[in-house]
Design a protein around this ligand. Structure first.
Ligand SMILES: [Zn+2]
Ligand SMILES: [Zn+2]
Length: 476
């Protein structure tokens, strides 16, 4: 039999064109102000508008359907209807990524501390009467013992910031933390009392607009919780795919099969490049039709879990984990939620300071050599900022990698990508901004060098100080 018939057909050129068409569709939806329910166009209208073949358009539509940007409605008055991406559209793919890179509970908690200190600070500056009422009600229910979810308050505090980036990541990481430990019944009563007291004192600091105190209390509370939870016998440092993947990827047959194959990949610890199976063997092994196996394959490829190779000996192979598809999904969701440069500004400095502190600690501990930092500086001078960033070789992304915290790195990548989008959109419309940023670019190189010098000399305080000055000079 012709191997082309056995191996699923993946035309990489078509996949690339489809990706580009999907990006255009998303850009158009954002441009229109994301009117949920509106028909973007019929298939023939979209074919004309995007100038692609029917096969490419259908592939692009599957992508935007998966990202919940839009979905195809058949029949009269049908067409591509603009959809509403919700937080589940983000959390599922985030869990898949964290599973693949084997992120630990320590990394999740460390990232929560960084984010929720910022929440405490921003909420202190922004809390209004409506917000106070909701927080008080939760505190009352906690002290009366009628609330079982001690993470609710954290999510409400994040909502007080009205910052979609903080809201999304607090919700994501509190849910992920639940997958590592979800045996609230096993917790002693003293734990509940302590949590209640800590929540009271954090809320008090926020409601009296004391940002510094709120941050301090939030940090102490989460550190104590992290210590306590890590010591519980039911706690796992690494996610169990059977627990974490329940409900992700959907429940259709192809989705269920994708989940099953992914679970097997995680459990077997299969290295990138390992062979998963040919279409025929997957069909017989899982007693699935060709259509179901193809649907599962498409999902695994979409999440950059596996890739199809054609030809003799072809089939499905495990790929290297890659953050970019997940960052795309998150950025799309944040654009829908109306993220602005001001929202980004609320996170940028705090995040970069947390990154430089952690990178410095790992460099000092000898867990990394200086090579990566020097390589980033060289890439920025030789390739230019835009290309270095495109390749993930820019100074800030490299520092985020040095933290060794994949959850923190995810937040950082998202802020970098959102920032880059805002910048290119504004610079394209306004020559003054473009000129200003060119002047700024000349200062960025020396600033990065200064931070790198301090880092490599083992002077964390100086590195942090220089990063703070650099952020202040390049803010939105
Ligand atoms: Zn708490
Ligand atoms: Zn910089």
């Amino acid at each position: 039999m012709n191997p082309e018939v056995i191996a699923p057909r993946v035309d990489s050129r078509q996949a690339k064109l489809a990706g580009r068409a999907a990006e255009q569709i998303i850009a158009d939806v954002i441009e229109l102000g994301w009117p949920v329910g509106q028909v973007l166009g019929s298939e023939s209208e979209l074919l004309a508008r995007y100038g692609v073949s029917r096969a490419v358009l259908r592939e692009a539509i599957r992508l935007v359907e998966h990202q919940r940007v839009a979905r195809m409605r058949r029949g009269t008055g049908g067409g591509l209807v603009i959809d509403e991406p919700d937080v589940d559209a983000v959390i599922g793919p985030a869990v898949i990524y964290l599973l693949r890179v084997e992120a630990t509970l320590d990394e999740i908690f460390d990232t929560r501390i960084v984010l929720e200190e910022l929440v405490a600070e921003v909420a202190s500056q922004r809390v209004g009467e409506a917000g106070i009422a909701a927080i008080r009600e939760t505190l009352d229910r906690e002290s009366a013992g009628t609330i079982s979810n001690f993470r609710l308050l954290h999510i409400q505090l994040a909502e007080l910031t009205a910052n979609p980036i903080l809201e999304l990541f607090v919700e994501t990481f509190t849910r992920v933390a639940n997958f590592h430990f979800n045996d609230a019944a096993a917790l002693p009563e003293s734990f509940d009392r302590e949590v209640g007291r800590a929540h009271d004192s954090i809320a008090k600091a926020i409601m009296t607009n004391n940002a510094g105190l709120a941050r301090e209390r939030m940090r102490r509370h989460l550190r104590a919780e992290a210590d306590f939870i890590s010591r519980q016998p039911a706690t796992v440092q690494h996610l169990d795919p059977a627990v974490a993947l329940a409900g992700t990827l959907g429940d259709k047959r192809g989705e269920a099969l994708a989940r099953q194959i992914f679970t097997e990949i995680v459990k077997s610890g299969a290295e990138p490049g390992s062979f998963v199976g040919s279409e025929a063997t997957l069909m017989s092994k899982h007693r699935a039709s060709r259509a179901v196996v193809r649907e599962a394959t498409r999902i695994l490829e979409y999440h950059q879990i596996a890739v199809t190779r054609r030809g003799p000996g072809g089939g499905l192979f495990v790929t290297e984990p890659d953050i970019s598809a997940l960052v795309d999904i998150i950025v799309i969701y944040l654009r829908r939620r109306g993220v602005t440069p001001a929202h980004l500004g609320e996170l940028r400095t705090g995040l970069e300071l947390a990154v430089v502190e952690r990178a410095a600690a790992r460099l000092r501990a000898g867990e990394h050599d200086a090579g990566a930092v020097e390589h980033a500086l060289r890439a920025e001078t030789e390739e230019g900022m835009a290309l270095a960033f495109g390749h993930g070789n820019d100074f800030h992304s490299v520092l985020a990698g040095l933290t060794g915290n994949r959850a923190l790195q995810l937040v950082h990548s998202v802020t970098m990508r959102v920032g880059w989008q805002f910048f290119t959109e504004v610079a394209a419309d306004d020559p003054q901004v473009a000129a200003f940023s060119e002047g700024l670019a000349a200062k960025v190189g020396p600033a990065h060098e200064g931070i790198a010098d301090a880092l490599l000399a083992g002077d964390t305080e100086l590195a942090v100080m220089r990063m703070r000055a650099h952020m202040a000079a390049t803010g939105p």
